[in-house]
Design a protein around this ligand. Sequence first.
Ligand code: K7E
Ligand code: CUA
Length: 665
Amino acid sequence: MKSSKLFGISAFAVLATIISCKPKGTETAVSGDAAEKVYVAPGKYDEIYNFVSGGFNGQMNVYGLPSGRLLKVVPIFSVNPENGYGFNEETKPMLETSHGFIPWDDQHHLELSQTNGEQDGRWIFANANNTPRVARVNLKTFRTEEIIELPNSAGNHSSPFITENTEYVVAGTRFAVPTDDMNGDVPINSFKQNFKGVISFIGVNKDSGDMDLRFQIEAPGVNFDLSHAGKGKSHGWFFFSCYNSEQANSLLEVNASQNDKDFIMAVNWKKAEEYLKAGKGRKVKTQYAHNKFDESTQTATSKMEQEVTVLSAKELKDICYFMPTPKSPHGCDVDPTGEYIVGSGKLAALIPVHSFTKMLKAIKNKEFAGEYDGIPILKYESTLYGEVQKPGLGPLHTEFDGKGNAYTSFFVSSEVVKWDIKSLKVLDRQPTFYSVGHLMVVGGDTKKPFGKYLVAYNKITKDRFLPTGPELTQSAQLFDISGDKMKLLLDFPTFGEPHYAQAMPASLIKDKQLKFYKIADNKHPYATKGEAESKVVRQGNKVHVYMTSIRSHFAPDNIEGIKVGDEVYFHVTNLEQDWDVPHGFAIKGNQNAELLIMPGETCTLKWIPKKAGMFPMYCTDFCSALHQEMQGYVRVSPAGSSTPLTYSNKKGQFLLSFFFIKSKN
Ligand code: K7E
Ligand code: CUA
C-alpha cells in the first residue's frame, strides 16, 4: 500500500532524527537561560495556572507555570482520602450513576469556560471516559460541583468541549452502542444495524453553571474521537473526528485501519436547536444520574433523570455532514479565527486542513461524494484548504498561538512541529522526551491564545527522572514559543496519565478565590454554629454528633454511651473564619477516610463501631501549636448495655444527653 510505504520511509527518517537527537539529551536541548525563565523566586507567584487531566486516576492536577510546581490535586471522578471526597456523607452522591456508586473513572479532557470565545475563569469541565459523565469544577473553590451522566453513550472521549459562550458542553461517544431504548442484548456482529454513535449537547446555565442534557444527536455507528466547537465565523457548528468508518467490531487495530479516509463530522447545532424547538426529537426513556453539590448546604444530591430527546441525523438531513479526513483522525482542532479545521490522522503522512468557508459552499452546492449511513459526504477537495506535507509521524493534536501558527504533537516521531496555518509550511520541530500525546498552548483552543508557552504531555519518560520501580512517572515539558524557534525550558512529572490540559493567566482567578465559608450562611442541616450548641442526639440506633472544631479542641471531645450496632454520624463544623485553617477529623477504625473540613463548613463522617472499647479521635491537620492536643475519646459499650449517653462540652463537664429520641420502630 502506498501509505504504508510512506510510513516506512518517514519512520526511517524519524528514527534517524531520534538517534541523532538522543545523545544530545537535555543538556544541549536546553539553552543557558532556561533555568532563569522557569525560576519563580520564593514568595513569588507563577504566571499561569495549568490544569492537567489525570487520566486513569480520575483527578485533575493543578500546576503553576513556568515553575512546574504542583499546587493541588482536585478529585473529580475519584474518591480522595485526603479530604474525604466521595467518602463523607456530603459528597458520596457526587459519584452516583445509573450503575450505582462509581469511585473511579478515566479522565482525559479538560475545558475552561469561555465568554465570547475567551477564557472567563469561572469553571472547568472534565470528562469521564469509562462510565460516561461530564463534571463541572468551580474555579473559586477548586471543587467539583456537578456531575451529569450521559445516556446512550459509551466511552465518553470526544468530551467535554464547549461552544464559545459556554452555551453547551458537548460530548461524543467513542464506542458505538445500541441506544438505551433498544434492546442491547444483540449479537455483537449486528454492529451495522444496531449500533449508533450518539453525541450529547449539555446546556450550561449562564449564571449558576448548572448543566442539563438539552438534547442528543443520533449519528451512524462510528467511533467519535475528539471534537472542538466552531468559533467566530463558525460559531454554531461543532466538529467531531471519527475513526472506524469501516464499522469493525473486532481487531480494530487492523480492521478499522482499512479506509484511506475516515471523517470529521460537522454538526450544525443551531439547526439542531431549531428542530428541537419544532418537536422533531424522539423522547428516549432512559436513566442517568445528575449530581449537584449545593454550596449553601455543603451537601450533594443525586437525582435520577428519566428521559432525553434524541434527534436523528439520518432523518434531519441538514444537521450533520461528513468531511473525508485521512486516516483514523484523532485530534480535531479549530484555529482562533474559526476558519480552519485541522484533523490529525494517526496513520496519515500529512495533516489535512479543512476550510469552513469552503465547507459552507460545498454544502450549498451539494458537492457530495455520496452518503454514509444516510449522512451526506462532502467531497474531500471541496472542503480541503490544503495539506501540511511530511509533517512527522503519528500526528495527534494541534493547538494555536494566535499569531498564525499551529503546533501539532507527533506520537510516533516524538516531536512537536510548528507550522504556518496559511502557507502550511513547517517552520520548526523540537523533539519531546518521549512520545507526546496532547500538547497545549496557554489558551490555545480559544479565540485569543495567550501564546507564550506550550506544554507537551508525554507518555514515556524512561531515562528522564529517577526510576520508581516498574512504573515510571509521566511528564510534561514546557516550551517557550515566544520566538521563531520553540525552546525547551523544563521537564516536570505528572500524575496518573496526562491527556489534554488547559491553562490560563493566573490573574484571571487568583484574586477571586473563596477564602472560607461564612458560618452565618451555612445551611447544612446538621451545622453547629457555636460550641454551646454542640450535642449528641440518639435516634434509635443512629447517633448524631453535632460537633465543632476550632483551634485547638473539639466539642464535645468525650462521648460515652455509644453501643455496638450503632450508626454514628459525626457532623463536624469548623468554626474558624479565616483563610486556610481546615481541621481534620478521624476516629480509630473508621473505614472511609478522614474529614478535612474547611473554615465555616460542615462535614459528616459515618462510623459503625464493630466492637466495644475505647476509640480515640483526633484532628489530622496540623492546625496550631496545640494541634496534638486536639483529640478526644469515644467509649463504645456492648449492644444492649445500659451506659447512658453522655458527652463533655468545652468546660469539661459531662452532660447527660437530653436529646434521647425513641426509635420510630
Ligand atoms: Cu489524545 Cu484521550 Cu485526547 Cu490522550 S487522548 S493523548
Ligand atoms: Cu485542628 Cu489540628
